[in-house]
Design a protein around this ligand. Structure first.
Ligand code: C5P
Length: 217
C-alpha cells in the first residue's frame, strides 16, 4: 500500500451517538464517545480520501481535512447519509444510532406530576440496512459495526447478511467504550480476521486498508 491509498476516493463515515428528543431538555441516546469513527475519518483523510463525517452529538475535534456535518437524530443522520451517497466509494457506518425514538417529542418540558410519563417509542430508520439494500453496482462498499456484549462472531456474521453489508467490524462494547484502544473482528463473506488490541488509530488504518483492497478501480 502506498501512503495515499485512498487518493481520489470519496469516503463517508457516521460516528457518535444520536440524540432523540423526549422534550426540549431530555433525550434518548446511546453510549458512544465517537472516537473510533473520528479515527476512521482522520485516517481516511490522511490516506488521501475526500472525507465527509456525519457526526451525532460528541465532544471531539474535527480531524484535519475532514468535512463534518453535525446532526442530532437518526432521521437527520439518515438524510445526510443518503444525500451524500452519490460518488461515494466507501461508507463506514460507525455511529451508535438509537434504534428507537419517542413517537412524539413534547413541545414543553414535562413536569413532575402524580404519575410518571409513559413514553411510547417508534422504530428509527436503519441507515446501514437502507444503504446495504441498494443495488451493489451503484452503492459504495459498505462497512457496518457490531458492538456486542456476548457472542461476537456469530452476531457480526448475522449482521453482515441481514444488513447486506460488505464487511462488519465486530467489537466488544464493554472493552471499547470510552477507551483509546479496541480489539476487533473483521468479518466478510471471505472470512474473519482478528486485529488488536491496538489503538483506535491503528484499528482505523487496518479497516481502511482492508476496504481499499476491495474497492474497484
Ligand atoms: O443492529 P445494530 O444497531 O447492532 O447494528 C449496528 C450497525 O448498524 C452499525 O454499523 C450502525 O451504525 C448501524 N445502524 C444504523 N442505523 C440504525 C441502527 C444501526 O445505521 N438505526
Amino acid at each position: 500500500f502506498s501512503e495515499k491509498f485512498l487518493r481520489g476516493r470519496r469516503v463517508l463515515v457516521t460516528a457518535g451517538p444520536t440524540a432523540e428528543p423526549i422534550d426540549p431538555v431530555r433525550i434518548l441516546t446511546n453510549r458512544s464517545s465517537g472516537r473510533q469513527g473520528f479515527e476512521i475519518a482522520r485516517e481516511a483523510a490522511r490516506a488521501g480520501a475526500a472525507v465527509t463525517l456525519v457526526a451525532g452529538p460528541c465532544a471531539l475535534e474535527t480531524p484535519a481535512g475532514v468535512t463534518r456535518i453535525d446532526v442530532e437524530t437518526a432521521q437527520e443522520m439518515r438524510d445526510a447519509v443518503i444525500g451524500h451517497l452519490p460518488g461515494t466509494a466507501l461508507f463506514v457506518s460507525v455511529a451508535a444510532v438509537s434504534d428507537w425514538r419517542p413517537a412524539s417529542a413534547a413541545a414543553e418540558k414535562l413536569r413532575k406530576t402524580d404519575a410518571a410519563p409513559e413514553i411510547r417509542l417508534v422504530e428509527n430508520p436503519d441507515i446501514l440496512a437502507e444503504v446495504g439494500a441498494l443495488n451493489p453496482e451503484c452503492r459504495p462498499y459498505t462497512i457496518g459495526f457490531a458492538a456486542e456484549t456476548g457472542e461476537l462472531e456469530k452476531r457480526a456474521r448475522r449482521k453482515l447478511e441481514v444488513k447486506k453489508a460488505d464487511a462488519i467490524v465486530g467489537n466488544r462494547f464493554d472493552l471499547a467504550a470510552g477507551s483509546e484502544r479496541n480489539t476487533i473482528l473483521y468479518v466478510t463473506r471471505e472470512g474473519t480476521e482478528n486485529f488488536g488490541p491496538a489503538g483506535k488509530d491503528e484499528v482505523a488504518r487496518f479497516i481502511l486498508r482492508r476496504a481499499a483492497g476491495s474497492l474497484g478501480r
